[in-house]
Design a protein around this ligand. Structure first.
Ligand code: GLY
Length: 367
């Protein structure tokens, strides 16, 4: 990974594959990320981002590509096989070839869908991702995981299909609902705990500013979180080894999401999940002594300082355990957790005793 700062943008290279461009007022640079061989471009977007998508399509047309807009439903209802099929039909009708491109404009659901359609059309065409949420910028749009949901669960059908470029215009975050912005911060803070403690320092220096889209350090926070992810996916695209560390807090967090039937935001659930797994790590001897206790306390302090939850109701253990055992990150019937041996020192905890997991639950229970 290399980084190239410029006056108005930061460029993070992911392996030898693609650039993530982060900046302010850079939406019109989307065409720079589309391959020169492309003739047609399909811009996929939800109804709420119609104007933004039109602007992106117009900048693409100005550079000589034939741009078409494809509106898809909002949020998780975009990630269905019928919506994917409608986009395949569209690509077919417009005679998209292997060198033509798809652009995903939206949050994680739209970029997951656009990436999946690009991965499967003609066995793979280029996709440029333009994430419009903080969560999308620091997680979903980077790293090449694409997918749709089935009746049996989320992201059960998908493909690893890295984008040819990702463009993060931080200006679009100004209109993001506050709770969604703070939810996205959970993934940023996660990157601080697993790899880049400067993120935690930046948040702790002014937590109130960290929750606002006009935070003077926003671009740096986003760039640092993306750099953590870029380093990981550059060496483990297919999630066979080190990529697992990106799931810090996710085993318990995903269980909360399932038990709450996805009424909790992802970031809120993984916020509690990080505190849970920090407590579990301490009980299992990964975080020992006063330093270990201080690190667990730091989890609560940083997450609470930006308004993220750090506890969960105390009467859901059986349902949570069942959900954790079903989690797709489990291998066989053995539960695996990403834990810390210290700040920015990720490790694995495999098959902890039920009693230990239950005790950790007690420590994050709100009563
Ligand atoms: N969101 C975790 C990953 O991309 O691997």
């Amino acid at each position: 990974m290399t980084e190239e700062p410029a006056a108005s943008q930061t460029v993070i290279r992911v392996g030898d594959d693609y650039d993530v461009v982060i900046g302010s007022g850079i939406l019109d640079r989307v065409p720079d990320l589309i391959g020169e061989q492309a003739e047609r471009v399909l811009v996929v977007h939800p109804p709420t981002l119609r104007d933004l998508a039109r602007r992106v399509a117009s900048s693409i047309s100005t550079k000589g590509y034939a741009a078409e807009l494809a509106e898809v439903p909002d949020a998780e209802s975009a990630k269905t096989s019928s919506v994917a099929a409608s986009l395949w039909e569209r690509l077919g009708r417009s005679a998209f070839t292997r060198t033509d491109a798809v652009v995903g404009v939206g949050g994680g659901t739209v970029t997951d869908l656009a990436g999946f359609v690009a991965a499967t059309w003609l066995r793979g065409v280029p996709v440029v991702q333009v994430p419009t949420t903080l969560l999308g910028m620091v997680d979903a749009a980077v790293g090449g995981k694409t997918g749709i949901n089935t009746a049996e669960g989320k992201n059960l059908v998908g493909a690893f299909h890295p984008p040819v470029g990702v463009l993060c215009d931080v200006d679009v975050l100004a209109t993001l609902p506050q709770a969604d912005f703070v939810g996205g911060l959970a993934e940023v803070i996660k990157c601080g705990f697993i790899a880049d403690p400067v993120i935690l320092d930046l948040v702790a220096a002014d937590p109130a500013a960290a929750t606002r889209a006009d935070n003077p350090h926003l671009r740096e926070l986003i760039a640092r979180a993306i750099r953590v992810k870029a380093d990981v996916v550059a060496v483990d695209l297919k999630d066979n080894a080190v990529r697992e560390i990106l799931n810090y807090g996710h085993t318990f967090g995903h269980a909360i999401e399932q038990v709450e039937r996805y009424t909790w935001r992802h970031g809120e659930a993984i916020s509690v999940g990080m505190v849970y797994v920090a407590e579990l790590a301490r009980l299992a001897g990964h975080l020992s002594g006063p330093d270990g206790e201080a690190l667990v306390a730091q989890h609560r302090r940083v997450l609470e300082s930006v308004g993220l939850p750090t506890s969960y109701r105390g009467d859901r253990w059986e349902a949570l355990l069942t959900a954790m055992r079903r989690d797709k990150k489990s291998r066989g019937s053995t539960l695996r957790f990403v834990v810390l041996d210290g700040l920015a020192e990720p490790a694995r905890l495999v098959g902890p005793p039920d009693e230990l997991m239950h005790t950790a639950y007690g420590l994050v229970s709100a009563g």
